[in-house]
Write a protein that binds this ligand. Structure first.
Ligand code: GDP
Ligand code: MG
Length: 226
């Protein structure tokens, strides 16, 4: 006797529940005027470094950003992100290879969304699991570092298809690893035609201005003069 149909049914129910919760979250974010960005990539692509730089620069520019970060274990990334002097919370998932909307909801319980302009969500480092789980974000970034090869989009098309923007990270190392820009761009566009591509280095700051300029600047709670 096969248990396969039962497993598929349970999986579909989990995804449906997640979608419903994500929809509720998206509405809450919209009502509070918070712009939510999630980040996905393989482990070590530079999500935390990019996010720490982003949080620091947004704070310097008088915005009020915050971050949630998911990992299987440790709060190492939250400790790194907290150096930006912005609110940060670690979500430890145990054996789970992705974040779910319910985890975001729980993590936000003691935060007042009205106090935030931007919320960033660093997903667990994985190019497979996170793709199916809507977190209520407005924008999903998929990061690809120059050190991990140009063919990631072809190998993991679903994560690129479920993301809005591709961010090529660690560009300061591009020459050293002979990164083939043309191949990377061709592969991204083959999987998701028209996908915007940003090139950044958290180490040198290259591309950070362009990235920040692509975010909505007129946040309702922005402290910046109109
Ligand atoms: N040279 C260089 N190294 C980077 C850059 N961004 C991250 N790294 C390094 O890459 C490693 C993994 O980065 P991390 O932010 O932890 O990646 P995550 O696992 O995706 O969150 C760390 O050793 C970082 O210092 C970058 O822009 N340039
Ligand atoms: Mg990280």
């Amino acid at each position: 006797m096969s248990t396969q149909p039962r497993i598929i049914e349970v999986r579909q129910n989990i995804l449906k529940r997640n979608d419903e919760l994500a929809k509720e979250l998206r509405l809450r974010f919209q009502e509070a005027g918070v712009f939510v960005v999630s980040l996905v990539s393989s482990p070590g692509s530079g999500k935390t470094a990019f996010l720490e730089k982003t949080l620091t620069l947004l704070k310097e520019r008088q915005y009020r950003p915050a971050a949630l970060v998911g990992d299987l274990a440790t709060d190492n990334d939250a400790v790194r992100l907290a150096r930006s002097q912005t609110p940060v919370k670690q979500i430890t998932t145990g054996t789970l290879c992705h974040l779910e909307a319910a985890m975001i909801q729980t993590a936000l319980e003691d935060w007042n969304l009205e106090d935030l302009d931007f919320l960033f969500i660093e997903n667990v480092g994985n190019l497979v699991c996170p793709s199916s789980y809507d977190l209520g974000e407005n924008l999903r970034l998929v990061l690809l570092s120059v050190t991990e090869g140009e063919d990631k989009p072809l190998k993991y098309p679903t994560i690129f298809n479920s993301s809005d923007v591709a961010v090529v990270t660690k560009v300061d190392l591009a020459d050293a690893v002979e990164f083939d820009w043309k191949a990377a761009e061709t592969n991204i566009q083959a999987v998701r035609p028209g996908m915007p591509i940003l090139r950044v280095s958290a180490k040198t700051g290259q591309g950070m201005d362009e990235w920040l300029a692509s975010l909505p600047s007129g946040r309702r709670h922005s402290l910046e003069p109109e």
